[in-house]
Ligand binder design. Structure first.
Ligand SMILES: C[S@@+](CC[C@H](N)C(=O)[O-])C[C@H]1O[C@@H](n2cnc3c(N)ncnc32)[C@H](O)[C@@H]1O
Length: 322
């Protein structure tokens, strides 16, 4: 088989070997399951600090360290495992791998975490091998591989999308990825998404890459944010009855900026943040900090409001028409 990607780990030379050995898929490291964004940040932090230790050491030190952390697994399995951990993959997830090669990402997601999903590849030989690997690993009831152009793949069922650095492809896919369900995680190996900054990015040693003195892979993860841009109307209780609170958000991918109007007066909004469908911010009302958070649903935000030192009260906002 012809080498199918300049950076690919599985060129002509390795294709038959992988088929014969069915390597690494069996050797995934058992890991603790983590939840969406908290998982992303924690894993990124841990991996980044681990990596800073690794990269500070001579190259020959890397192998024993990897061997200790992931017995019998090569760095490629390490990268796959890092991607799945950064995505916080769990049994309820549906993972789609765009350009699936021998299927290791989807197979590991099914085998280690119980996830379902599918992979697409334009090359029928990889599709056959990946389906064969899935059968051999006993996960073919939960996953499948299809010969398909990744640009024509319906991503609607995904809760996790994985890709191996397609460079210009990534940017081309950006609008479709940004439109996915809030909370969907996108993980790339050596990829980027144009102006959409990753929520977390780590460098991991990839001693199986042949180029450069310090071969490494960059793993990045994005959490698809809800769309909060626009105006929202809400109320909160006060000693003198209900107070009108209007919120106006601007949004650039997962970054939000807002202002609030409380009983007709503009007040500063601080620490506005968005992770998937969870939004939080605080506003100052007559010298008091009032905290708001909630889940963004179609046309409304449902959550709670709390004055400092007070108790949390239910709160909701409705999207203003227009
Ligand atoms: C570098 S490999 C990645 C394999 C796998 N995702 C992994 O991380 O181990 C990239 C794969 O993408 C496939 N590919 C490239 N362009 C594609 C396209 N437009 N549609 C579907 N598959 C594509 C190639 O055939 C190749 O198998």
């Amino acid at each position: 088989m012809k080498a199918y990607c300049p950076k690919c780990l599985l060129g002509e030379r390795n294709f038959k070997g992988f088929k014969r050995m069915n390597i690494e898929i069996q050797n995934a490291v058992p890991v603790i399951r983590r939840r969406a964004f908290a998982a992303v940040l924690l894993a990124a932090y841990a991996l980044a600090s681990m990596n800073s230790q690794v990269s500070a050491q001579p190259r020959e030190m890397i192998r024993p360290l990897l061997a200790q952390a992931a017995p019998m697994a090569g760095p490629s399995a390490w990268v796959v495992d890092t991607m799945l951990r950064m995505a916080g993959v769990r049994a309820t997830d549906f993972l789609i791998d765009l350009g699936a090669g021998d299927g290791r990402l989807v197979i590991n997601a099914a085998k280690t975490y119980g996830a379902r999903g599918f992979g697409v590849d334009q090359d029928s030989r990889w599709v056959s091998l990946a389906n064969e690997n899935a059968r051999r690993e006993g996960v073919d009831d939960r996953i499948k591989f299809i010969q398909q152009d990744l640009f024509k793949t319906d991503l609607g069922s995904a809760t996790v999308v994985t890709m191996y650095g397609f460079k210009e492809y990534d940017t081309k896919l950006l609008p479709r990825l940004f439109a996915l369900k809030p909370g969907t995680r996108i993980v790339t190996h050596d990829g980027s998404l144009g102006g959409w900054e990753a929520d977390a990015r780590v460098k991991v040693p990839a001693s199986d890459k042949s180029s450069g003195p310090d071969p490494a892979s960059w793993i990045s993860v994005w959490v698809v944010p809800a769309k909060v841009v626009g105006v929202w109307r809400s109320q909160m209780p006060s000693a003198n009855g209900w107070v009108d609170i209007d919120l106006k958000f601007e949004q650039t991918f997962q970054k939000i900026f807002g202002e609030a109007t409380v009983a007709g007066q503009k007040v500063p909004m601080e620490r506005a943040g968005l992770s998937g469908d969870f939004v939080s911010f605080r506003i100052l009302i007559v010298g008091q900090t009032v905290l708001f958070n909630g889940y963004v649903q179609t046309g409304r935000i449902v959550g709670q409001v709390m004055e400092s030192g007070g108790r949390a009260l239910r709160w909701r906002a409705l999207r203003a028409p227009g």
